[in-house]
Write a protein that binds this ligand. Structure first.
Ligand code: GAL
Length: 378
């Protein structure tokens, strides 16, 4: 009897342990990734920062329904000591239940990223923000601030950056071209050239530049950059943030004009700046892209597809779209590629594709691993 009791206790305990997802050791890209409560981690299009020895993962908290459901809750936060076992810390940023708020339920909050400002001691979150009932037309970026890394983040505002300001790397001729959208047919060679020459920069000059897929990057000199898909997703803008990280200084650069990059993820290693990005095919994955530069402001050069798999795997970035590069150990050049395998029918079920960044002739590459041990690369 006693023996049976102990046996039962043991089985129940083991099941609980398994169910809780505690004690996981391996990363299994593409599989359900249970948090310490046993639920798949609901932090998509996310990013991670380390604070006082703990890692914090922020990402879109999604519903188990299709994309039309938009944002019902906000931005989720998870914490971990080992990057494998994650505790759900609840919502860091919540939608605001007030129909006069831009952040009301039904708006879209995507690709949130958090950085720490040493001078103010505050945590700053920026995210891609679309307005309720307006599809992806608003193309805004939102900012929220918190004293506590886990939140609650206080929503400040949403805007289109750099209104009334030309990019640093815009020529006098480009400022003065007279051609407008009406005179051109989309996707013709002429149109593409006009886009490269700043057709949309001029169009949006007064109201501010479009900001969709985004990331943040703090450079070694402490300057923070907001990197977003702009100009109808045709060109990336690298926009400098003010010293408190809550606004734009007006210094910004166009990067890879007309090359249709989104999902930017930036890191610095081996004295260079690298960017993973994707093409623009919505939730469907496309061939991964790598770009490289000697400084954050460029000139950025396309460096091909960083995937090292079969032709099919490379053509869909192992079924993922980049969201962040996690600096696990900068001194040892240890980084992790983080991507999303979107499931538009059930966004909450989208899978996390984490793969170790490997090096080939001092250039970052990614290979598929069914499972891998992050301790081994730390
Ligand atoms: C992708 C983008 C995602 C999401 C999606 C919506 O291109 O990277 O973050 O916005 O489109 O269709």
């Amino acid at each position: 009897m006693a023996m049976t009791g102990r046996c039962v206790t043991f089985i129940v305990f083991s099941l609980a342990l398994f169910h809780n997802g505690n004690g996981q050791v391996k990363i299994k890209p593409g599989e359900i990734w249970p948090d310490t409560g046993g639920k798949h981690i609901n932090a998509h299009g996310g990013g991670i920062i380390r604070h006082k020895g703990t890692w914090y993962w922020f990402g879109e908290s999604r519903l188990p329904r299709g994309e039309r459901d938009r944002t019902r809750y906000g931005v989720g936060c998870y914490s971990s000591k080992d990057l494998v076992n994650w505790k759900n810390e609840g919502l860091a940023l919540r939608v605001i239940n007030d129909t006069s708020s831009l952040l009301q339920p039904g708006c879209v909050i995507e690709r949130p990223k958090v950085i720490f400002n040493r001078k103010t001691g505050k945590f700053i979150m920026w995210f891609h923000h679309e307005l309720r009932g307006q599809g992806y037309g608003a193309a805004l970026t939102g900012v929220a601030v918190s004293d506590d890394i886990k939140g609650p983040y206080n929503y400040i505002k949403s805007l289109r950056p750099n209104a009334g300001i030309w990019p640093v790397n815009f020529t006098k001729e480009q400022k003065n071209y007279a051609v407008t959208e009406k005179e051109l047919k989309s996707w013709t060679e002429e149109w593409k050239q006009a886009v490269r020459d700043g057709l949309f920069v001029r169009r949006d000059f007064q109201g501010g530049q479009m900001a969709r897929d985004m990331t943040l990057f703090v450079d070694i000199d402490g300057t923070a950059w907001h990197i977003h898909s702009s100009e109808e997703n045709m060109t990336l803008h690298f926009s400098e943030l003010t010293p408190d990280f809550t606004d734009f200084t007006g210094v910004y650069y166009r990067v890879l004009p007309g090359e249709s990059n989104e999902a930017p993820a930036i890191f610095r290693a081996k004295g260079k700046y690298f960017m993973f990005s994707s093409g623009t095919t919505g939730w469907k994955p496309n061939p991964g892209r790598l770009s490289v530069s000697d400084s954050i402001t460029g000139e950025w050069k396309a460096a091909g597809n960083p995937c090292r798999g079969s032709e099919e795997e490379n053509s869909i970035t192992f079924g993922s779209q980049s969201t962040f590069v996690l600096p696990v150990n900068i001194k040892k050049n240890v980084f992790v590629y983080m991507g999303d395998r979107w499931n538009p029918q059930n966004l909450a079920d989208s899978r996390h594709i984490w793969l170790p960044v490997e090096w080939e002739n001092d250039m970052p590459v990614i290979r598929w691993h069914d499972e891998w041990d992050i301790k081994k690369i730390k």
